[in-house]
Design a protein around this ligand. Structure first.
Ligand SMILES: C[S@@+](CC[C@H](N)C(=O)[O-])C[C@H]1O[C@@H](n2cnc3c(N)ncnc32)[C@H](O)[C@@H]1O
Length: 236
């Protein structure tokens, strides 16, 4: 029984156990250094991420940890080795780093003002450790997509996205971006943090274009992990 006298379900216990395991991957440095960083353990590596406090993309959000943990613990089923992967809204780059350490060709993308820190974190954590060195590129949702990422050239096996849906004015552009980057065989792994009603509406809009499957749910974090593929695929 929990303190409020309600029966704890098996889902609650699983949620708590996995969330504890996920959060335990994060540590803070024992010594205070000139450049503050936060540490994470994934795929047998110590990953050091430099954060900044001036923008949404400059901290590691819990959704990113959920996606990293998923990639690591499901590496057989969702094998990243030699796969072409793009991350949108990569922020500090943790998810892209983990996908690179797992063997993928990764393109980490975000708004132009985030790219300096993103590149720094990615270089610092992947040099001499990865099969394929990841790329960092600007991708502002909905902007110049055909010029910068032509459909005829895009060949992504996976699109990764952690916590890209919140109260920002670019939700339609985000949807257009998913659609633009996604081929018939592309798998989207998307971790969503639910905060407001607006976000449920985005999921409904998303379902108009993509087949959406909930792979896991973490009620204590208000987070769900989804797999999606384009609707009406010839092979479906
Ligand atoms: C809540 S943060 C999540 C960052 C990272 N994925 C994580 O989970 O730690 C949202 C990310 O989306 C990016 N973003 C917001 N609006 C964007 C836009 N219009 N185009 C591209 N990226 C955008 C932000 O810069 C930020 O990196």
């Amino acid at each position: 029984m929990d303190p409020e006298g309600q029966e704890e379900t098996r889902e609650d216990r699983d949620d708590k156990q996995v969330v504890t395991e996920i959060m335990a991957r994060c540590f803070t440095p024992a010594l205070i250094t000139n450049t503050p960083w936060e540490g994470f353990h994934f795929v047998g590596h110590e990953i050091r991420i430099t954060e900044a406090t001036d923008s949404y993309g400059a901290v590691v959000w819990p959704s990113a940890l959920v996606l990293c943990h998923f990639l690591e613990t499901n590496a057989k089923q969702y094998n990243m080795v030699d796969k072409y992967v793009i991350e949108i809204g990569a922020g500090t780059g943790l998810v892209s780093i983990v996908a690179s350490l797992l063997g993928a060709y990764v393109t980490a993308t975000d708004l132009p003002e985030l790219l300096g820190n993103l590149q720094y974190n990615i270089s610092r954590n992947t040099k001499m450790k990865c099969k394929h060195l990841p790329q960092v590129r600007e991708l502002s949702w909905g902007v110049a997509l055909e010029r910068n990422f032509p459909r005829s050239v895009n060949n992504f096996d996976y699109i990764l996205a952690a916590d890209v849906v919140y109260a920002h004015p670019f939700l339609e552009e985000l949807l257009v971006t998913f659609d633009h980057l996604c081929k018939e065989t592309t798998v989207i792994l998307w971790v969503m943090k639910f905060r407001l009603e607006k976000e449920n509406k985005f999921v409904d809009r998303f379902k108009e274009l993509f087949d959406l499957e909930e792979l896991s749910s973490f009620p204590s974090l208000d987070i769900k992990l989804y797999k999606a593929m384009k609707k009406n695929r010839r092979s479906a």
